[in-house]
Design a protein around this ligand. Sequence first.
Ligand SMILES: [Zn+2]
Length: 243
Amino acid sequence: MQWYYIADGRAHGPVSSSRLLALADGAIVRPGTRIWRQGMAGWQPFKTSETVQVPPRTCSRCHGSRPDNEMLTYCDQPICGQCKSAFLQCIRDGVSLAEPPIYAGFTIRALAWFVDAVTILAFTTPLLVLLESLAPDSGDLATVILSWLVTALAGGILTAVIQMLYETWFIGRHGATPGKMACGLKIVRPDGSLLTFRRAFARYWGKVLTGMTMGAGFLLLTIDRQCRSLHDFICDTRVVRNE
Ligand SMILES: [Zn+2]
C-alpha cells in the first residue's frame, strides 16, 4: 500500500504504510495532514494511525493473512516473514516463482507407482501368456531348459520395452503416466515446464538405475526438501501436484 502526503505545501511519496506511521511518530505527518492512496476519492486528513490501517495481505506462498507491514514484496508477490527463507531458497534453486509447487511425497508417489504397475501388467500379461504358449513343452531336458530361458529372456525384454515406451510416451506427451494422472501428479522441470520426449526417455533409464539401488534411490525423496528421488536428481525433474 503506497501513500502520499502533503507537507510544506507539496505532495510527498509514495511511502509504505509503515513508513507513514513512522512519519506520524516523528510528527512530520500530523493529525490534519492530507494523505491519499490509490483507491481513495480524494485527499483526506490524517487523524490517527487507524487511518492507515489497511486490510491484511495474503501471502502468495502459504496463503496466510498478515499485516501489510510484515510482508515482503517480490515481483508483486507478497511473501510473509515465515515463508521468506524458503522463498529465497527457491530463487537460489531457480525454481519457478509463478505458482509455488507442491512436491509429491512418498505415499502418493507409491500409490501412482502401484497404479502404473497394474496398468503395465494388464498390457504385458496377455503377451507373456502368448509367448509362453509358443515355447515347445516337449523334447529332451536341454531343449526344455533352453526354451524356458529364451522365453524368460524374451518376456523380460518385452516387459522392459513396454515399460520404456509407456514412461517415455506418457511423460513426454502428457507430463505424467496414467498412474500419476490418476493421483493428480505431474513431472516438471524446475521452471515448471514439461519434459521433452528425450528427457522422459532418459528419466526411464534413471528409474532403471534407481531400481538397482534396492529402493534407496526412491527413498531419497523422503529426505529431500523438493521430494526428489534418484532419477529426479539425475534428470533434474520434480514431481508436483496438479494445482
Ligand atoms: Zn507465508
